[in-house]
Design a protein around this ligand. Structure first.
Ligand code: AMP
Length: 516
């Protein structure tokens, strides 16, 4: 199927052509016709499979002939960066259509956003906190909204966001199309979805499992060795750009400093940074000027950056869903990637849950890096070596209706053709009566970012002006600075809490216990 078969408006077709979308991805192929028919859709697809297009394309097509009719679509996102990214796609796809959009997010100029709302843009992409703040000072007319999208729906409906989201939904006409999209779909959100949706269709594509295009490894290590192991992973894998996820904002700052001291070019991003700093860090990383970014989970969801080949979980994520979203930043669309998780004793209870969920896809290595330093094969790290046995029939892709039952699944295989492009092939219809497995619901987190103090706006970083990610120079694997033997020895040493004697005073000190 091509986009031409979907009978989309020619100006939208032009936008699709501009950004090089010729064939819809499975989530798009399944969702777009339903949305064009006016149905509500609960879309569950792995991260990086074209979810944004699945809702942006039909919305643009629906409002293309009736622009300037008040706010027609509201898209809610859990993070500012994701909202900006969605708006960029609206801008690119809607370039020839005259459709207008604006992001209403924390940390950006409040009055400019108010102007955009007053001017009556067609599509608002917002984080809930800032949108609510705007409603306190502005008389925002929600009565014209016909489309409501919750991206990263499970996050939007968890305890941290739910009150704000409900507050907004109460203002929107009941007669609307509601679209919920997420890579992870715990049973609890399906229930909540029923309350805000009207007889939704479920479009489900290999939900809640990690993608096979990501090679997953976990190193069981001494917590004090994390930095050395990070260095080692960076030295022994072939990668172009790398995200290192940490558990806390403080940890992010610390790790950035430590890696910078080692001479690495590193940026960092977390919720306590002002929006200028966040935009700058992301911009530099996206453009390849800085190959490593250290981040909290603020970068875990939905963010689409070209050619991220390596994810390092410096701290094990606290929820399985977060793990899936984090490693989903690599192996996107038609690429491959590596995800390495460092597991210390303190991390093990969180890791066990992850292992239960994705265990069969995860190589667990005791005590740091397993083999002698060598480049990871292209198979693991890049897009070059696409056709190989392992990935020819990896992914099962299925679609089913939420009401009345879960039958009539369609199965696709996902493979890679000789040109290195992802190909989805329908291989038949099968029945799978099982409900998708229930997952642990995500840990409630307070929506802090959206309420952060406002920061001066950096005009250059307006999402409209953001460049699309440029291809960065390939980073050649460096010689490991930490020999593998050293890593093992170091961990033994730290376990025993003894430092080898160094120099004259070291020798004296090492003798001291003898005098006790
Ligand atoms: P998303 O899951 O929406 O973040 O999309 C992941 C990546 O796939 C993005 O880089 C999109 O630009 C790309 N993409 C989405 N849909 C298509 C398509 N139909 N054809 C080619 N690339 C696509």
């Amino acid at each position: 199927m091509t986009f031409k078969d979907l009978n989309l408006h020619e100006n939208l077709q032009q936008g699709l052509q501009d950004i090089g979308f010729s064939e819809p991805t499975p989530i798009q192929e399944q969702s777009i016709p339903l949305l064009l028919e006016g149905k509500d859709v609960l879309g569950a697809a792995q991260t990086g499979t074209g979810k944004t297009g699945a809702f942006v394309i039909p919305i643009i097509n629906q409002i293309i002939n009736k622009p300037k009719d008040g706010i027609q679509a509201l898209i809610l996102s859990p993070t500012r960066e994701l909202a900006q990214q969605i708006d960029e796609q609206i801008f690119a796809l809607g370039y020839h259509t005259g459709i207008t959009s604006a992001t209403i997010i924390g940390g950006e100029d409040f009055s400019r956003q108010a102007d955009a709302i007053r001017a009556g843009v067609d599509i608002l992409v917002a984080t809930p906190g800032r949108l609510i703040d705007q409603t306190k000072v502005l008389d925002v007319d929600f009565s014209t909204i016909k489309y409501l999208v919750l991206d990263e729906a499970d996050r939007m409906l968890d305890m941290g966001f739910l009150p704000d989201v409900n507050h907004i939904i109460d203002k929107i006409p009941k007669k609307r199309q509601t679209l919920l999209f997420s890579a992870t779909m715990p049973g609890s959100i399906k229930k909540l979805a029923q309350d805000i949706m009207n007889n939704p269709e479920l479009v489900q594509i290999a939900v809640s499992t990690t993608t096979k295009s990501v090679t997953q490894k976990a190193y069981l290590i001494d917590g004090r060795e994390k930095l050395k192991v990070v260095q080692n992973v960076l030295d022994t894998h072939e990668w172009k750009s790398c995200i290192i996820f940490t558990a806390t904002k403080k940890g992010t700052d610390q790790l950035e400093r430590l890696l910078s001291k080692k001479g690495l070019k590193v940026a960092s991003i977390h919720g306590d940074r002002d929006q200028n700093e966040r935009n700058k860090a992301l911009h530099e990383f996206k453009n390849g000027h800085v190959p490593i970014i250290v981040a909290t989970d603020v970068l875990a969801r939905g963010i689409d950056i070209d050619d991220i080949s390596l994810i390092i979980n410096y701290d094990v994520p606290r929820a399985v869903e977060d793990y899936i979203h984090r490693i989903g930043r690599t192996g996107r669309y038609d690429k491959k990637g590596i995800a390495v998780t460092l597991v210390s004793k303190q991390d093990s209870k969180f890791f066990n849950a992850i292992e239960r969920k994705v265990g069969k896809d995860l190589e667990v290595i005791k005590g740091g890096v397993k083999q002698a330093p060598k480049k990871e094969s292209k198979k693991e790290s890049g897009k070059e070596d696409r056709p190989n046995k392992d990935n020819s029939s990896d992914k099962k892709v299925k679609r089913k209706d939420i009401n009345p039952d879960f039958s009539k699944l369609k199965y696709f295989t996902q493979s890679v053709n000789e040109e290195g492009k992802m190909v989805f092939t329908l291989i038949g219809k099968e029945k799978d009566k099982e409900e998708p497995k229930k997952q642990k619901s995500e840990q409630p987190k307070k929506q802090k970012q959206a309420k952060k103090k406002e920061a001066p706006r950096n005009k250059n970083n307006n999402s409209r002006n953001s460049e699309r990610p440029k291809k960065s120079k390939k980073q050649s694997p460096r010689k490991p600075s930490v020999e593998l033997k050293t890593v093992e020895k170091a961990s033994e040493r730290n376990v025993n809490s003894r430092r080898p004697a160094k120099g004259f005073w070291g020798v004296i000190k090492s003798m001291l216990p003898k005098f006790k």
